[in-house]
Design a protein around this ligand. Structure first.
Ligand code: NOJ
Ligand code: CA
Length: 718
């Protein structure tokens, strides 16, 4: 909810009678009042035409629709107006007639769920899970009389629907050649989108009207592996704003043993249709044995942009935690032998005399982490294989996940890290050769277990081997899950780069800590198009971040690491780099810059102080691609942190601190852009103001072009 402009809540059309009323007359009155509800429910249960289900607050409605030819479809309404107009549902199958028409409804069932679950770590402790469900059982009228179910879950913040293929003798193995879920838009909405790449999400966002989406030519980086898609499609999450100001975001939840979904763009009909990532090698999109369920197709719906970030739809649509407590992992900040490779100061490979991952250097990093309230140290380039890195075709069998280079004493570094209370973060760059990785999975994770290492960063740079597979296809979805499960068995948490998109699996597998899956900070070091522009992160917050935590690797203080004249640079102010620790959610947050760039910088204190695990998170304001301000309360303390970022426009805003505990006093440190700061020619000008604040205080924030503000509010104090 936008705290600056609280909209009045839409009133549910039918309120439940109060439970405390128990006199006969009251009960009688209540029954009378409820009569229309009963009538409506009876109508809903008996009507086979448009079974419908409302969100708990009544603002959103999903309708299941079936025409005379038995073509199944749906509509979504928000406050009575269509958000998604009649859209069809179906599949194309291999060696079997498609599942498009000829259906009849055999049963509709409903249920309501209202409970709360706890995130082990993340943007909030308690998550309310409140929805109404409608399940439609379908059967073909004619032979082969196959069966398929469609389930709708309607929440106050959006909807999800999924297909369920029950066990049946006439459809045992299902080979899907195409899923035909349509999303029929009601206008030419403004869209924030990246191309429907089958391999990588590392693209800049485009902002265009729906009819302006042109994913086949507006591909904006040729770094790393990407797949040319011959048709016009977008990746998810894709976020939209209607002319009336309603905010929508389309994505998926619980992507399990299935192909990732891109959305094909039909400009003439203002329609999107699911286009699954395929396997050229296997000649299909998805192969499953019934019974099985598809991922949820999700639409987040909010009256303001802030509500999209506050939505828990994606995690709620996943199964509960399978791992129980994970006492072996704690959310943390980390530093690494990492940025130095990206800016060319050292190398991953040992040859050449600039090897980053030496025992000595790793120990320096451990000392630095221990001295600065930073929990972990990532060491990339520790293992053999990097001598073949980049530009080599045969990557199979090259990387080794157990053999350190001779100048890196893994045992000793692990021992030293433990002695200093620092977590050593393992690195597995697979170079997109998952078969090579899978062969070593067991030994690699056993090694970590032996050494007491509980975190790994994985990577999948390059085109997938074997040829014909893609990062986002079913085969790789299963690979990523296998890695997650193996890691869990060995008490390891995973930060995946070049991953499959986040779809809320972190609820079920909380060792899925964070991931990349966007154009990260690394692009600022070497992208041929010069890096991420100032509107990148204010867009990411309302698109990619809706899917789940992001390992963006913030905290670069040396804004022009390649020299003043070079186009590769960070396009934010230093103060914005601090604000990112609050704005971009991740239980693992890197302090990405080189140690020497933090030296003697008072602003580094914010990185020392900032939390990574939250009791609650509030979106104080925001507009997609323009600005966003978040306040988050550290879990287990009274400390709050505020972060605000803007695109190239300067902004002034007044923030109420009414979220603080009334009557308590706090000490706030405001890290702000200097008076003449500007991302382009004066990015490192900043100032720090120390203030005493209470819940009645307000803060004036002034953000420079490409700037930001970060505030630590520590309390309570006297
Ligand atoms: C790409 C990852 O995103 C980056 O963080 C990593 O340093 C390189 N791959 C090497 O693994
Ligand atoms: Ca990457």
């Amino acid at each position: 909810m936008n705290r600056l402009a609280q909209p009045t809540r839409f009133q549910a059309p039918f309120r439940r009678a109060s439970k405390t009323k128990n006199s006969r007359t009251d009960i009688g009155k209540s029954l009378l009042l409820l009569l229309p509800v009963f009538m409506l429910l009876m109508w809903q249960c008996t009507s086979t035409e448009h079974p419908r289900v409302n969100s708990p607050d009544g603002s959103i409605q999903a309708q299941f629709i079936m025409n005379e030819s038995g073509v199944p479809g749906y509509r979504i309404l928000h406050k009575g107006s269509p958000v998604i107009d009649t859209s069809h549902l179906g599949f194309e199958l291999k060696n079997a007639p498609g599942l498009h028409s000829g259906w009849k409804i055999t049963q509709t069932t409903r249920k309501s769920v209202n409970n709360t679950w706890q995130m082990l770590w993340g943007e909030q402790r308690n998550v309310a899970n409140h929805y109404n469900q409608l399940k439609i059982k379908l059967k073909e009228k004619n032979a082969p009389n196959r069966k398929m179910n469609v389930i709708f879950r309607v929440y106050d913040d959006g909807i999800g629907f999924r297909y369920v293929f029950p066990g049946q003798k006439n459809m045992d193995e299902v080979v899907i050649m195409g899923e035909k879920s349509q999303f029929n838009l009601t206008g030419n909405h403004t869209c924030w989108w990246i191309p429907g790449d089958w391999d990588i999400y590392e693209h800049l966002y485009n902002k265009t009207p729906f009819t302006g989406i042109d994913a086949t030519t507006k591909r904006n980086n040729d770094n790393l592996a990407q797949t040319y898609i011959p048709y016009n499609a977008v990746n998810t999450p894709v976020t939209m704003k209607t002319q009336k100001g309603l905010h929508l975001s389309f994505h998926e939840a619980d992507l399990t043993d299935y192909a990732g979904m891109t959305l094909r763009v039909n400009k003439d009909q203002l329609m999107m249709e699911s286009e699954l990532v395929g396997s050229d090698r296997l000649g299909y999109k998805v192969k499953r044995k019934a019974p099985f369920a598809t991922p949820w197709r999700t639409i987040q719906i909010s009256e303001d942009a802030a509500g999209l970030i506050e939505s828990n739809l994606i995690v709620n649509l996943n199964d509960p935690n399978q791992l129980g407590e994970m006492p072996w992992f704690t959310p943390m900040k980390y530093v690494g032998i990492w940025w130095e490779m990206h800016v060319g100061k050292s190398t991953w490979a040992m040859e050449g005399g600039k090897h980053g991952a030496t025992t000595e250097h790793a120990k320096e990093m451990i000392n630095f982490a221990a001295a600065n309230n930073i929990g972990g140290v990532l060491v990339e380039g520790w293992n053999t294989g990097w001598e073949h890195w980049i530009g080599f075709d045969d990557r199979e069998g090259v990387f080794d996940f157990v053999t350190p280079y001779p100048d890196y004493d893994l045992q000793e570094v692990a021992r030293y890290a433990k002695e200093n209370g620092v977590e050593l973060i393992m690195h597995h760059e697979t170079s997109a050769a998952p078969r090579t990785y899978e062969k070593q999975l067991d030994t690699a994770y056993k090694l970590m277990e032996r050494l007491g290492l509980h975190s790994v960063k994985t990577g999948y740079v390059g085109e997938i081997i074997p040829e014909g597979e893609y990062h986002h296809g079913q085969w790789m979805v299963n690979h990523y899950r296998k890695v997650l499960k193996t890691a869990a068995e060995h008490q390891v948490a995973v930060n995946a780069h070049e991953p499959i998109k986040a779809t809320g699996i972190r609820r079920t597998w909380p060792n899925a800590i964070t991931r990349e899956g966007l154009r990260g900070q690394e692009f600022n070091a070497w992208a041929s198009d010069g890096g991420n522009p100032p509107d990148h992160l204010p867009t990411v917050a309302f698109t990619r971040m809706l899917a789940g935590p992001i390992d963006y690797t913030p905290g670069i203080f040396n804004i022009q690491p390649m020299g003043d004249a070079d186009k590769n640079r960070i396009s934010t102010t230093l103060a914005q780099q601090l604000a990112l620790y609050v704005v971009i959610n991740s239980p693992l947050q890197m302090a990405a810059d080189l140690r020497e760039n933090y030296k003697d910088h008072p602003a580094f204190q914010f990185i020392r102080d900032v939390a990574v695990n939250w009791e609650q998170s509030l979106v104080l304001n925001g507009k997609i691609g323009q600005y966003v301000t978040m306040a988050r309360q550290e879990r287990g303390t009274q400390n709050w942190f505020v972060g605000s970022i803007t695109n190239e426009e300067p902004r002034e805003m007044n923030i109420s601190l009414d979220f603080l505990e009334p009557g308590q006093k706090y000490t706030a440190a405001l890290y702000r852009d200097g008076d003449n700061a500007h991302w382009k020619d004066n990015p490192t000008a900043y100032a720090i103001d120390t203030l005493k604040v209470t819940s009645e205080s307000t803060l004036d924030l002034r953000l420079a072009p490409g700037g930001g503000a970060a505030v630590s509010i520590m309390g309570p104090t006297d």
